[in-house]
Design a protein around this ligand. Structure first.
Ligand code: SF4
Ligand code: SF4
Ligand code: FES
Length: 533
């Protein structure tokens, strides 16, 4: 691979790469606002300026400048190297670049930083970006001086509602155009643009439109300052109190890699944001996925119940075992779920097929929904492929087939995992069952029809493996502690097995995963965890 020198260090690069791209890949940060690895180059913030050293024997490209002489009070003619934006400068073999090691670059970055803050309001204490704002970080790293301007700053619109999810503060905006480029290039909806020039310019929404495409929250995510804020997250939490888990979005079969930010002090999830994975979601997530973290706390089944009456989990486990004990295996069915992890489905299938002798295997999940060519998949379940793999070589039938089997009396008892079903209109058939045991996370037609309900932890409360539509095995990490009386579904399935006098083949997640990989060779494929952004 060809190399160039950055501050004396040899850096490998690929043909066509810019200085900032090659440095980024080598783990070297060149300060930047407008550059984003997933967007086109705008080169408008000038924070990434670098000094390109001339080839031996060639003069450097210089600029004539006027310098102020403090001693005489006169302006004097001077020259300085013409600095280049690292986000636009393409690398070539043997090029020598100075970034941290150049006095000119140091001065230029401080000047750019001071310039960007000239009209910036001092509202960090009430700004949602505080703690993760580049203006704050780079002030500390590259400026370190107080404000010299004594004039009234330029005032612009504040708290302007751009659409159902985003609020804009033009005074905080540095007009880097990341949000404009994201909407046009990734969301494929050029709904934002820049109005005016100089220090009165601002971002505007196209006339007659709102910022309402399916990826609006990504504009807030790419905004390097606090100009775009999400209505969902505004004023809810200070980021320095939040901790982060590497999760997988559960809202569709794409399986976007995500970070879940949560506050361990109140055991609450506060947001989902994308985790870079070039093979799955690159740097992005859709709005539905970013807001899906709310399901962790919404409409949850947090208690066990028998016939609708709340009971202790132990009591419900006893009743679940009684309900299933001695049932004719030919009349008993298991219902798996594309909303649950490989581990949960595997444990349920082990219980049903090995310990209860079940041969009728069904699988369900949430109904199909909207898809697009960007990320969104029409399958609104995170693990449909995982269920098929766990069940192989059996081919699970769908929920419609289960209702037909119930109608015809072929199935009289069901042990089920999950909450969503393909079609809620089919749910009344479940009432015909003589016994329905449900291990579920959310209140649903399944739990409402169940004789015994056991509360399962959501994906945010336990580690789990999921297979996305591309067949990639991905791990989602636990963020918060299990809510209410809930427990991981695989533990509840194993506990029913114990009560039925069946030996439990796995006592820990590791043992369960070993058993799982033994039965399903593809799950040995490396986990796709995605690098941190
Ligand atoms: S709103 Fe944010 S992302 Fe958009 S131009 Fe302003 S600073 Fe950049
Ligand atoms: S595309 Fe699917 S997996 Fe990705 S964020 Fe949206 S809902 Fe989640
Ligand atoms: S990052 Fe803005 S000019 Fe290069």
């Amino acid at each position: 691979m060809p190399t160039f020198k950055l501050d004396g260090r040899e850096i490998a690069f690929e043909k066509g790469e810019t200085v900032i791209q090659a440095a980024h890949r080598a783990g070297i940060d060149i300060p930047h606002y407008c550059w984003h690895p997933g967007l086109s180059v705008a080169a408008n913030c000038r924070m990434c300026l670098i000094e390109v050293m001339p080839p031996p024997g060639r003069p450097a490209m210089m600029l004539n400048v006027l310098a102020y002489d403090q001693r005489t009070g006169e302006y004097i003619d001077q020259q300085k190297p013409k600095l280049q934006p690292a986000c636009q400068q393409v690398v070539s073999e043997g090029l020598e670049i100075k970034s941290e090691s150049s006095k000119h670059v140091e001065k230029a970055r401080a000047a750019v930083q001071e310039f960007l803050l000239l009209n910036h309001p001092v509202d960090c204490p009430i700004c949602d970006q505080a703690g993760e704002c580049r203006l704050q970080d780079y002030w500390l790293e590259h400026q370190h001086t107080g404000k010299r301007m004594r004039d009234e700053p330029v005032h612009k619109p504040k708290a302007e509602v751009f659409g159902p999810t985003i609020v804009y503060d033009a005074e905080r905006c540095i007009v880097c155009t990341r949000c404009v480029r994201f909407s046009e290039e990734i969301a494929l909806d050029p709904v934002l643009s820049v109005r005016e020039r100089g220090n009165v310019n601002e971002i505007v929404v196209a006339p007659g439109r709102e910022l309402d495409h399916d990826y609006t929250l990504m504009t807030e995510h790419v905004c390097p300052v606090g100009a775009l804020t999400s209505k969902d997250f505004r004023f809810k939490a200070r980021v320095w109190f939040l901790r982060t888990a590497r999760t997988v979005c559960q809202n569709c079969a794409t399986g976007c890699n995500a970070y879940m930010d949560y506050d361990p002090r109140n055991n609450t999830a506060y947001r989902h944001r994308p985790r870079e994975n070039p093979e799955v979601n690159k740097y992005w997530m859709c709005d539905q996925g970013m807001l899906d973290y709310r399901r962790v706390h919404e409409d949850r089944l947090l208690d066990a119940s028998i016939g609708g009456e709340t009971v202790k989990v132990g009591t419900a486990l006893d009743r679940a075992a009684e309900t299933l004990r001695g049932v004719d295996p030919s009349k008993l069915a298991v219902l798996l779920s594309g909303q649950h992890s490989m581990e949960d489905n595997f444990a349920m299938l082990e219980l049903a097929t090995k310990h209860l002798g079940v041969t009728q295997v069904f699988a369900t999940g949430r109904p199909a929904g909207k898809s697009d060519t960007i990320l969104k998949h029409s399958d609104k379940n995170s693990n449909t492929a995982g269920v098929l793999q766990v069940a192989a070589p059996r081919k699970p039938l769908n929920f419609t087939a289960l209702t037909s089997a119930i109608q015809s009396g072929t199935v009289t008892h069901v042990v089920a995992i999950g909450s969503g079903i393909e079609d809620d209109a089919l749910a009344p058939t479940l009432r015909k069952l003589k016994g329905l045991v449900v291990i579920g996370t959310w209140n649903s037609p399944l739990s409402q029809a169940a004789h015994v309900v056991l509360p399962a932890s959501s994906w945010a409360e336990t580690d789990g493996l999921f297979i996305n539509a591309k067949g990639m095995v991905q791990e989602s990490e636990q963020a918060i502690e299990p809510l209410g009386q809930s427990r991981p579904a695989w533990k509840l399935a194993a506990a029913i097995g114990v009560r039925l006098g069946a030996p439990v083949p796995f006592k820990s997640l590791d043992e369960l995963r070993s058993a799982l990989s033994g039965t399903s060779p593809k799950s040995k494929r490396p986990l796709q965890s995605g690098a941190a952004q």
